[in-house]
Design a protein around this ligand. Structure first.
Ligand SMILES: NC(=O)c1ccc[n+]([C@@H]2O[C@H](COP(=O)([O-])OP(=O)(O)OC[C@H]3O[C@@H](n4cnc5c(N)ncnc54)[C@H](O)[C@@H]3O)[C@@H](O)[C@H]2O)c1
Ligand SMILES: O=C(O)C[C@H](O)C(=O)O
Length: 326
């Protein structure tokens, strides 16, 4: 058995974490031979509820769950952390855009960034789930100047999975046959779900669907799926968000499938003309615990316009939180 690794989950008593923690402890994120120490962070009033979650984790007798830390102090939570899933933040309600949460949530992520900088492993892998995820990831990254910016990522895997299912259902194919789906940009209603590179059983997907469906149904359905879930459930997505977080970190740590890629919000190096330093979702291949943006894809005029619209929104969000960006 390997040495245990330390995994921070923030907002650990919230609804996403209630799906997430048990799957991490079961080995679904880091593999069946990787013991974990769960370092769970909550705000003080939620510590009682978090104790209850910890009791349930105990009662599962997971072979891979080495131990747990429960705390309301970020300086304790991030001590020597190898992985961090930053879920703790307010969710949006009906009629709100995710960026409406910036004011309520942004300050949380500067605190997290500083604590990561001061206490975490220098090799920590960070996934931001709390919304607006890309800009929160940017805030955390900029507040952790001693950590490589590549180690801060934001979650667009839920959008990627949503896009896979929409395409599979439309074409009567299996999820397992679809590769090379891409989400570009922000985890918001400006995101660009792009099927122009997607393959179904190794053949181009685009000729199998109508442009009208692609442009006027597929794209808006994926962009608006979070809002549709909120309307239907009266609460934002939770189990599917936890599942996407598991897939994101699993692929980053253990590698993307051969011949495929994953959509990840990562530090832009200027690829595809996207402003350097934004946390922007690109198609990424992961290997040996590292990610690379897939290079050399042809970008049509239609795609370019969509990629720029979501980039513009991210730049606006960045400018709105400039006071939190050292
Ligand atoms: N990126 C995505 O695809 C995606 C998907 C779904 C939800 N989300 C976002 O994830 C976040 C969490 O959603 P949820 O449904 O679990 O919400 P929730 O309200 O059920 O849980 C959030 C938890 O975070 C805790 N919290 C608040 N401030 C904190 C802090 N400073 N430190 C530690 N914990 C803190 C709260 O006490 C609460 O228990 C929301 O912002 C939501 O919009 C993102
Ligand atoms: O839409 C939301 O606010 C929650 C989450 O980001 C989602 O995409 O389901």
């Amino acid at each position: 058995m390997k040495q245990p690794v330390r995994v921070v989950v923030t907002g650990a008593a919230g609804q996403i974490s209630y799906s997430l923690l048990f799957r991490i402890a079961a080995g679904e994120m880091l593999g069946p031979d990787q013991p974990v120490i769960l370092q769970m962070l909550e705000i003080t009033p939620a510590l009682g509820a978090l104790q209850g979650v910890a009791m349930e984790l105990d009662d599962c007798a997971f072979p891979l769950l080495h131990s747990m830390v429960i705390t309301d102090d970020p300086n304790v939570a991030y001590k020597d952390a190898d992985y961090a899933l930053l879920v703790g933040a307010r969710p949006r309600g009906p009629g709100m855009e995710r960026k409406d949460l910036l004011e309520a949530n942004a300050a949380i992520f500067s605190v997290q960034g500083k604590a990561i900088n001061d206490h975490a492993s220098r090799d920590i892998k960070v996934l931001v789930v709390g919304n607006p995820a890309n800009t929160n990831a940017l805030i955390a990254q900029r507040n952790a100047p001693d950590i490589n910016p590549r180690q801060f990522t934001a979650m667009t895997r839920l959008d990627h999975n949503r896009a896979l299912t929409q395409l599979a259902q439309k074409t009567g194919s299996s999820i397992n046959d679809i590769t090379k789906m891409t989400i570009w940009g922000n985890h918001s209603s400006t995101q660009y779900p792009d099927i122009s590179k997607a393959l179904i059983s190794g053949e181009a997907a685009e000729p199998k669907i109508e442009q009208d469906w692609y442009r006027n149904e597929f794209i808006p359905v994926v962009q608006q799926r979070g809002a549709a879930i909120i309307k239907a459930r009266g609460a934002s997505s939770a189990a599917s968000a936890a599942n996407a977080a598991i897939f994101h970190v699993r692929d980053w740590a253990l590698g993307t499938a051969e011949g495929d890629w994953a959509s990840m919000g990562v530090y832009s190096d200027g690829s595809y003309g996207i402003a350097e330093g934004l946390i922007y979702s690109f198609p990424c291949v992961c290997k040996n615990g590292d990610w690379e943006i897939v290079q050399g894809l042809d970008i049509s005029d239609f795609s370019r316009e969509k990629m720029q619209a979501t980039e513009t929104e991210l730049a606006e969000e960045r400018d709105a939180v400039s006071h939190l960006l050292p």
